[in-house]
Design a protein around this ligand. Sequence first.
Ligand code: CA2
Length: 157
Amino acid sequence: MTEETPRGMILVVNGPNLNLLGTREPEKYGTATLADVERLCAEAAAAHGLEVHCVQSNHEGDLLDAIHEARTTALGIVINAGAFTHTSVAIRDAISAVQLPAVEVHITNVHAREPFRHHSYLSDISKAVIAGAGVLGYRFAVEYLADLTEARKATVA
Ligand code: CA2
């Protein structure tokens, strides 16, 4: 079987505590692990001739560095910033600065949870927001970005 060289890369960012996926609170976050999520993203990307670079960190600065590095290497960003969604102007500024299409993902429906989760520093600078679809939201986000970049390529060709 021959494998094509990927035509581009999508950065998948997961923020604090998401390394615990599948090990705690399954009633809230499901049973899929972070490794499962990263595999799901890789498979969705591969179906569109793309690859993913996956980063998870509990440290805000590491997330900023990963976003900055993506500036020249990624076609887009899928980001579940976890609790930083509701607190971090720095992550917002990093996403704005790199000028890449971003999709904000939440496993849970944050709007059906505590009021402090209703505000996001990322939503208004994101191309799309997906919340409450479980880990499937990551797949939808990758597919959306694949579609967007294909459409963009078609318009500049
Ligand atoms: O619903 C989401 O994806 C969230 O981004 C998850 C964050 C939360 O702070 C956001 O408001 C919504 C929390 C991530 C915690 O992940 C865990 C996973 C398994 C077990 C414990 C925590």
